[in-house]
Every structure is written in C-alpha cells, then in structure tokens.
Design a protein around this ligand. Structure first.
Ligand code: SAM
Length: 275
C-alpha cells in the first residue's frame, strides 16, 4: 500500500483532526478489514471517507462497484490519481450524512466498509440503519470503547446498543492499537462487523413506537424506569407503572437491565394504551 503520510506530504496536505483523519498505514489491518467484509465479485460497496484511497483500492479489486463518499475536497487529486486504474470506483465529494445512500446504490444490495471518522460514528450508524433499506453488512473501524458499547448485553445495555442490535448481529472482530494509523489517534480502535437482519429479532408494533419507548426509558438513566418513562413519554407516573406491570417488568428496574424482548413488550403495552 502507498504510505498515506508520503502521499499527503507530496500534495502538501496536513491531516485535519476535526475530520477524524487518521489514515491506516498497516497492510495487515487493511487485509483484515477486507476479509471481514466477505465480498463477492458482484457486490456493491459504499465506503465512507476514502481519504488517500488505500482501502478503496482493495475494495475495488474485490467488488463490482465501489461508491466512496469523502467530505474533504483536498483529497480529490490524490484519489483521482491513486484510483485512476479503477473504473468501478465512483467518487462522491459530500458529507455522508447528507447523502441519500439508497439513491447512490439504486436497487442494488450493498455492503458498507469504512474506517469511520470517529466524531460521527453514532450519526453514521443512525443514517444507515434507520433507512428503509439497510446494507447487508457493515464492517467499520471505530473507537474500541464505542464498539464495546454497541455489543453490550442486558445489565449494560444503552440506546446505541439497542439501536444497532435491533437491526443486526454485531461483533467485535479485532482490536487495533493506535500505531496502525497515521497520525496516531488517542484511543484504541476496533473493527466491528454488523450483519443486518431481514426482520428485527423482536416483534414490535412499529420501529417508531419501539424507539420512542426505548429513548424515554434511557432519558433519565439514573432514575427507576417508571419515572424515566413518565418523564420521557410525558405520561403520569401511575400510568407508566401500569404499562410496566402489564409488560411484566418491575417498575423499579433501570433501563440498562431490560432485554430487547422486554423493550418490545413494553412498546406493545404503550401502543395498546394509545390505541
Ligand atoms: N479510509 C481512509 C483510511 O482508512 O486510511 C481514511 C480514514 S479517516 C479515519 C476518515 C475519513 O473520513 C477521512 O478521509 C475524512 O476526511 C473523511 N470524513 C470525515 N467526515 C466525513 C463525512 N462527514 N462524510 C464523508 N467523509 C468524511
């Protein structure tokens, strides 16, 4: 792989911390990311933040189409030159959060692979998972601490974990030391793989109601569920207690202890009370 520092020096570009620019310069990690994606020759890939194009090249060698969305216009000359041999790469210079990914890929099934700019990890996950059609798989390099939060189990569950686990099976594939990037980030990273479900693992009235209830539950984390739900949903504490009772959940429990199934039962109780 071409050394990212050498490339940026050649174009007289300084990496911007504000854009999460930590470039991968370890070929083994690159290899690990791409093998984790298990790409088929006919696949369509969306890459977020190609940077100097190191990952893009390998993706282009393994997939039919690669759509790479980069916010930093300064990378244009590097990417155009580095990727000139790959006619299956489509560069889009735009903020990923403003891009309608489904329009970009059309009717194609797709996989997302990205060494994510850490400052927008949650927003990117929301952007891709809340959509009416989701990627088949996501392979993302993110902060290790955030990866741990995503795979958390009841007892430690949190809004981000539920937002991901409702849509897919998530696992940490490997932990990465800061030294595999240049410049080195301040924290360890992880490669996480999320295989999305065709249908959610729990039965809910609809995703909007489910997430309204979950968000309300986590809105005042230190409070008992009864009080958090009452505040978050704008209902009386007594009614919140009744909803929890009818879902078979002790009203004094805290949000992080509930399973996905329990959140689903609670969202059913809330939906039938509203009906
Ligand atoms: N893929 C490259 C690599 O692995 O070396 C670069 C990864 S670097 C961690 C993150 C990349 O995302 C940078 O190139 C940065 O400019 C880009 N980026 C930051 N914010 C973005 C956004 N909102 N939309 C698209 N790209 C963004």
């Amino acid at each position: 792989m071409t050394n990212p520092k050498a490339l940026l020096d050649q174009y007289d570009i300084q990496p911007k911390k504000s854009l999460g620019q930590n470039f991968l310069h370890d070929p083994n990690t690159l290899e690990k990311i791409v093998t984790t994606a298990e790409l088929m020759p006919d696949d369509t890939v969306v890459e977020i933040g190609p940077g100097t194009g190191a990952l893009t090249k390998v993706l282009a060698q393994q997939a039919r189409h690669v759509f790479s969305v980069e916010i930093d216009e300064r990378m244009r000359p590097i990417l155009e030159s580095e990727l000139s041999a790959y006619s299956n790469v489509y560069l889009v210079f735009e903020d990923i959060l403003k891009v309608d990914v489904l329009k970009l890929v059309g009717a194609r099934d797709f996989v997302v692979v990205a060494n994510v700019p850490y400052y927008i990890t949650s927003a990117i996950l929301r952007h891709l998972l809340d959509a009416h059609r989701r990627p088949r798989r996501l392979v993302l390099t993110i902060q290790h601490e955030v990866a741990e939060r995503i795979i958390a189990q009841p007892g430690n569950l949190n809004l981000l974990a539920i937002s991901v686990q409702f849509y897919g099976q998530a696992e940490i594939v490997t932990r990465l030391k800061p030294g595999v990037f240049w410049p080195r980030p301040d924290v360890d990273s992880a490669v996480i793989r999320i295989d999305t479900f065709d249908t959610p693992p729990v039965d809910v009235p609809n995703a909007d109601i489910f997430f309204r209830v979950v968000k309300a539950g986590f809105s005042q984390k230190r409070k008992q569920l009864k009080n958090a739900l009452s505040g978050g949903l704008g209902i009386k504490t007594k009614l919140a207690g009744e909803l929890l009772d009818s879902a078979g959940i002790d009203p004094t429990r805290r949000a992080e202890t509930l399973t996905l199934e329990e959140w689903a039962s609670l969202s059913h109780a809330y939906a039938s009370q509203k009906a």
